[in-house]
Design a binder for this molecule. Structure first.
Ligand code: FAD
Ligand code: SIN
Length: 556
């Protein structure tokens, strides 16, 4: 399948997290699959997931209750059709993961069943987990299954730069995705990867913000590439901030799972007083938007750098057994979660919006599908319910497999004369300085102006800055040879712009979007999705309101 610089397969999957790998395993039943991934195949947000995967597997739970909890966390913007599909297919998704070899933590003792965890916004215990390292276990099993599959090839350390579309090549007829140009930094070569159907599964975009729980790969590449290719993107104003990341200068990105609060962990001020009981009836297990905002308020009111989380009252033996990964990691920084409180702060965690897809994972561009965190299925609305994202990825990957197989007969192989990448004339000068400066600037103003609490003025400032920086980045991009740093910087800038524009368009506060200028919900004006697309003629962003359903999308 691998030519010198052109690769062709039936399905191209960009990303090797839970979404990409579960799609690859399903699609290999219909055709050949190439998985591109920009680092080692295991490196993904999936690999860092802690709490687990939500699904109805117990007699005490029901589909209606899981649907109700998801809708209530999403504050009126979830697409009920998508939520119903995800929840009712949940048990099958768990079965598939078990068949692929994932080992979830069972209940101890006779009787069987799973040790179900609880997190914010859930009214029942329904989270399957592998102690506190669920992501490592899922990724281990999926990588092993994919690596052993004869019809799947995984190409590591290849970074997708831009989608190839027939419109970009100036071909007549309905626009269609033909594949992607991808940079091989080791050989300093751009490879043309073609496919009959392409799936974007590049994960989230936490690196747009100064503080994030996300790994370095989360630079929003798929969202930015899809937007540049003319696909509809939606709801980018809804960025989820996880309430509890370890506060320590060297503890880059380390999350303290919400499952800790699920097992009785209490958020406290530095003086030791608990505060969530005065904020919400579910106290420390309120939905994430509410908890993150409450912490932000506390930090501003007290002037402290962090709050505390304390689960030590559950006893050293229990905490050490239930949270071995978290305990081990925080011990490295001199804290013992089994014996006392530890310092935490909120950090950017999850993109609820993304590339708009229908119930079969199809985007508005023919031949392009998306799933996982890159996609906006409509499931999360204005705020994602904890542990619903791993579930969403597996369920919608399966739907996308079915849809892609159905579409394949109408998607001929891309034409043989797709041109190679045209290299820029010059080698980048002073690249490290330019990239570091722009990257740092974006992440800092996104944190300060487009973070947990926003305002019209802050958003206007952020837009002004991103427009200036984008001019500079684009000039640099088109005139210097392409590198991984410049690709990621360009994507971060695009995603930052999408977040700012969508946030400016929503004139109310709802779920994760909170603005001081309109602090209340506006059910008369706010019950819609925010759609953003690059106008093909003017090359300017076009914002419209979208319906709260996940039916088929109009094609360009
Ligand atoms: P990812 O797992 O992020 O995979 C993206 C893949 O795309 C990676 O392989 C990456 O290298 C590749 N990629 C990106 N850009 C390119 C490019 N340009 N070219 C080639 N490859 C590219 N959710 C839950 O439901 N439960 C949890 O317990 C949970 N815990 C979490 C804990 C942490 C610390 C974090 C960060 C997130 C957590 N989440 C959790 C969220 C969840 O893990 C993610 O939403 C989910 O794993 C995303 O899966 P994905 O397959 O869409 O993307
Ligand atoms: C966590 O373990 O707190 C993360 C869960 C999630 O993001 O769904």
């Amino acid at each position: 399948m691998v030519g010198q610089s052109k690769i062709l397969s039936d399905f191209l999957v960009i990303g090797s997290g839970i979404a990409g790998l579960s799609f690859a395993l399903g699609a290999a039943g219909t055709g050949t699959v190439t998985v591109l991934t920009k680092k080692d195949r295991k490196e993904s947000a999936t690999n860092y997931a802690q709490g687990g995967i939500a699904a109805v597997t117990s007699e005490e739970d029901s589909f209606d209750v899981h649907i109700g909890d998801t809708l209530s966390a999403g504050v009126g913007l979830c697409h009920e059709d998508a939520v119903r599909l995800m929840v009712t297919r949940g048990p099958d998704a768990i079965e598939r993961l078990l068949e692929w070899g994932v080992g979830f933590t069972p209940l101890s003792g006779p009787g069987g069943g799973w040790d179900l965890g609880k997190e914010g916004g859930h009214t029942k215990r329904r989270i399957l987990h592998a102690l506190d390292q669920t992501g490592i276990e899922i990724e281990r099993a999926l990588v092993a299954a994919v690596t052993a599959h004869p019809r799947i090839q995984v190409l590591e350390y290849l970074i997708a730069i831009d989608l190839i579309t027939s419109a970009k090549l100036g071909r007549a007829g309905e626009d269609r995705c033909l594949g992607v140009y991808a940079l091989d930094p080791a050989r300093d070569e751009v490879v043309t990867v073609l496919a009959r159907a392409t799936l974007l599964a590049t994960g989230g975009a936490g690196k747009v913000y100064l503080y994030t729980s996300n790994p370095d790969i989360s630079t929003g590449d798929g969202i930015a590439m899809a937007y540049r290719a003319g696909a509809v993107v939606s709801n980018m104003e809804f960025i989820q901030f996880h309430p509890t990341c370890l506060y320590h200068p060297q503890a880059k990105n380390f999350l303290i799972s919400e499952a800790v609060r699920g097992e009785g962990g209490v958020l406290k001020r530095v003086d030791g007083t608990a505060f969530m009981k005065d904020v919400h009836p579910m106290a420390d297990l309120a939905p994430r938007d509410i908890v993150a905002r409450a912490i932000d308020r506390e930090l501003k009111a007290t002037g402290d750098d962090h709050v505390l989380i304390d689960v030590s009252h559950r006893g050293e033996e229990f905490v050490a057994k239930r949270f071995p990964g978290i305990r081990q990691r925080v011990l490295e920084f001199g804290y013992d979660i089994a014996r006392g409180p530890i310092p935490v702060v909120p950090a950017a965690h999850y993109v609820c919006g993304g590339v708009r897809v229908d119930l079969g994972g199809e985007t508005s561009l023919r031949g392009l599908l998306a799933c996982g965190e890159t996609a906006c299925t409509g499931v999360h609305g204005a705020n994602r319910l904890a542990s619903n994202s791993l579930l969403e990825a597996v369920v919608f990957a399966d739907e996308a497999v079915r849809r892609a197989a159905q579409r394949l007969p109408d998607l001929p192989a891309p034409p043989e004369d797709v041109p190679d990448w045209v290299p820029a004339p010059a080698v980048a000068e002073h690249e490290a300085v330019v990239v570091a400066q722009n990257w740092d600037e974006i992440r800092r103003f996104m944190w300060n102006y487009v973070g947990i609490v926003r305002s019209d003025k802050r958003l206007a400032r952020a837009l002004h800055r991103i427009e200036l920086l984008q001019e500079e980045i684009n000039e640099y991009y088109w005139n210097a040879s392409v590198t991984q740093n410049i690709v990621e910087l360009r994507n971060i800038a695009t995603v930052a712009e999408l977040i700012i524009r969508c946030a400016m368009d929503r004139k109310e506060s709802r779920g994760l979007h909170y603005t001081l200028d309109s602090p209340e919900r506006d059910d008369a004006g706010g019950l819609h999705d925010t759609l953003i697309v690059l106008d093909p003629d003017s090359r300017k962003p076009l914002l419209t309101e979208g319906p709260l359903t996940s039916g088929p999308l109009p094609r360009r």
